[in-house]
Ligand binder design. Structure first.
Ligand SMILES: [Zn+2]
Length: 467
């Protein structure tokens, strides 16, 4: 025993196995790993079928055609629910149903802006989601450009009555675009609050993209009780650059017209369907994306791709003859973009069975080439699962990032309830070029990349359901 340990330290595992001699013949060490072979075969079947059948893009096109504009609370949101129910039934899922979710309702209306007086030019803008509108004739004021909330606070009274122009770009040098987005996006979510505190009359926010182009990107924003509410719009990055150049030459005045307004909440739905488990149907692996989308494009990447991923995943599993031991439950979440109401509603309505959720996977990062998964588990628990995900290395999707939080907003409540959560991780270099803008449409999604994402989700869901 002691000698064996010494050889292990000096010579490594191979020498250790050898020195055990008759107790563990070398032939046993070289025996094929049947479990690993089965996982590799499963991966190959799903990937081959996904690429060969090429159905993920067809599913995505079906959603975009049926519900091109599906912002929470809109008629398109209801059309998307009907499409989701019909598609799940066509795919042969069981227990297909719509579960009620109260959704906010905000409508966009007219939106335009222009520099008036010196340097007069039109500016391409779009209202931020949830903004109040302006008077019909708009608001007009001198612009103050800032790159941080600290800079705005330091202006003191000089910001009063002005239009605050938040112009800090997403940092280009960060490799992970999601991290760059996180660095700049507080300008969009909280810019109106800070502008209101400063006594300004409105907020103009540089669009959240590293691309320099003429497409404004919308997104959620907030107000705060007790702080005056001011209208807020995003400005295309090319126009933000032009406006900043004008500001460097002297005072600039901008007129902003926003016709957006908030209407009473309406009833929407999470769409739920199941591939029932063959052995332990009461235990659930949830896979989901969000059915709603911002209204400027058709939400092909965000999150039409996620919807296509999860629906194609259960089609693939059936087509390949994999009936998982546990139930795979597909959830098309209502309203993620406008304050996330579908995810919390699901967790609340299923509170009694959350303990039966053995895993949840969310895909909400676009339909690009899959790179792997994030995992909320840490340490030994994560290491036990890592082995199951190793075969994905073969298709370039073998990253397995433990201790990475919920993996998505919709499954956040499940994460907080203790459910192991996973997020599909894709190549995000181009995501924010399109995100929340008119560019987020079908031509920006590559059918093979989307199909690979669906295969990878199918693989992950099935190994978690079978382990
Ligand atoms: Zn999304």
């Amino acid at each position: 025993m002691r000698r064996g340990v010494a050889v292990l330290v000096l010579g490594g595992l191979w020498a250790s196995a050898g020195c055990r001699g008759a107790a563990a013949p070398p032939a046993a060490a070289a025996a094929p790993d049947r479990a690993a072979e089965a996982l590799a075969a499963r991966r190959d079947a799903l990937v081959g079928r996904a690429l060969g059948d090429n159905r993920a893009i067809v599913l995505l096109q079906g959603l975009l055609d049926a519900a091109p504009r599906r912002l929470a609370g809109s008629p398109g949101s209801r059309a998307a629910v009907l499409w989701g129910l019909a598609t799940m039934r066509e795919l042969g899922l069981e227990n297909v149903r719509a579960e009620p979710v109260l959704e906010p309702c905000w409508v966009r209306g007219e939106e335009r802006a222009e520099v008036v007086g010196r340097g007069a030019m039109p500016l391409r803008v779009t209202a931020l989601g949830g903004s109040i509108g302006t008077e019909p004739e708009g608001i007009e004021a001198e612009v103050v450009e800032v790159r941080s909330f600290e800079q705005l606070a330091a202006l003191g009274e000089r910001a009063r009555g002005k239009l605050v122009f938040f112009n800090r770009p997403m940092p280009r040098w960060l490799r992970r675009t999601g991290q760059a987005y996180g660095e700049a996006v507080p300008q969009r979510t909280n810019g109106a609050i800070e502008a209101g505190k400063a006594g300004a009359i409105g907020a103009l926010v540089r669009s959240m993209t590293t691309a320099i182009d003429g497409h404004p990107h919308t997104g959620a924003m907030h107000y705060e009780d007790g702080v005056p509410e001011v209208p807020a719009a995003a400005i295309a990055t090319a126009d933000a650059e032009a406006l900043a150049a004008l500001c460097r030459q002297g005072p600039v005045r901008v007129r902003l017209v926003l016709g957006c307004r908030t209407l009473p909440d309406v009833m929407g739905a999470n769409v739920v369907g199941e591939l029932r488990g063959s052995e332990r149907p009461g235990e659930i692996v949830l896979i989901g994306g969000h059915l709603d989308a911002w209204d400027l494009g058709r939400g092909a990447h965000d999150d039409g791709a996620g919807i296509a991923h999860v629906l194609e995943a259960v089609r693939l599993l059936q087509a390949c003859g994999f009936r998982p031991a546990r139930t795979i439950r597909v959830v098309l979440f209502a309203n993620e973009e406008f304050g996330t109401s579908g995810g919390p509603a699901y967790a609340q309505q299923h509170a009694a069975e959350l303990a039966a959720h053995v895993a949840a996977i969310e895909t909400d990062s676009g339909g690009f080439s899959p790179l792997g998964f994030t995992c909320s588990l840490r340490g030994a628990e994560a290491e036990k699962l890592r082995r199951l995900f190793l075969p994905l290395q073969e298709v370039g999707a073998g990253l397995f990032v433990a201790g990475a939080g919920a993996g998505g907003a919709d499954i956040g409540p499940l994460h907080r309830a203790g459910v192991p959560c996973f997020g599909l991780w894709v190549d995000g270099q181009r995501y924010f070029d399109y995100h929340h803008s008119a560019l987020d449409d079908l031509p920006m999604v590559h059918e093979r990349e989307l199909a690979l994402g669906a295969a990878v989700v199918a693989y992950a869901a099935s190994v978690l359901a079978d382990r």
